[in-house]
Design a protein around this ligand. Structure first.
Ligand code: CUA
Length: 155
């Protein structure tokens, strides 16, 4: 009966090791700083001060807040218009879902979080150089999940 406990412990170690390795690997030109969140009434997203008019807001000299609504099957903004940010900026994304669980992943980097109904996912990223990044939904969210994508332009 001790074997089971040891097996569990070994598995935990392995998972922890993988998590550590993954966390350390970040794509070129970006650095992930923090990942935390809050709660929101997603049925009333349109009444929320920030999410009724999502987009980029400058909050400091090189600091920006970006409010993004994920919904079947677009990012607002991101899909119909790119999210445009200046290089050498520190950007905190606030991501909310208007319907089901979506993913929020910046391609070529290790930046990813989820958009969960009722929650605001917060993730801070440093963008160093001008570059165009893809934004993809990496959580299955319905028939057109594979088409749910957008663009982040660092200029
Ligand atoms: Cu949204 Cu998959």
């Amino acid at each position: 009966r001790f074997e089971k406990a040891w097996l569990g412990f070994a598995l935990l170690l392995i998972v922890g090791l993988i998590a550590t390795i993954t966390y350390g690997a970040v794509g070129p030109g970006v650095a992930m700083i923090s990942d935390s969140g809050g709660t929101i009434d997603s049925s009333a997203l349109g009444e929320h001060e920030q999410f009724s008019d999502p987009g980029v807001r400058q909050v400091g000299e090189n600091e920006y807040d970006v409010y993004v609504v994920a919904q079947q099957f677009i990012f607002r903004p991101g899909t119909n218009e790119p999210i445009t940010l200046p290089a050498d900026s520190t950007v905190t994304f606030h991501v909310a879902s208007a319907d089901v669980i979506h993913g929020f992943s910046i391609t070529g980097t290790n930046v990813n979080t989820m958009a969960i109904p009722g929650q605001v996912s917060k993730i801070t990223v440093e963008f160093d150089d001008p570059q165009t990044y893809g934004l993809v939904c990496h959580e299955y969210c319905g028939a057109a999940h594979h088409e749910m994508a957008g663009t982040i332009e660092v200029v």
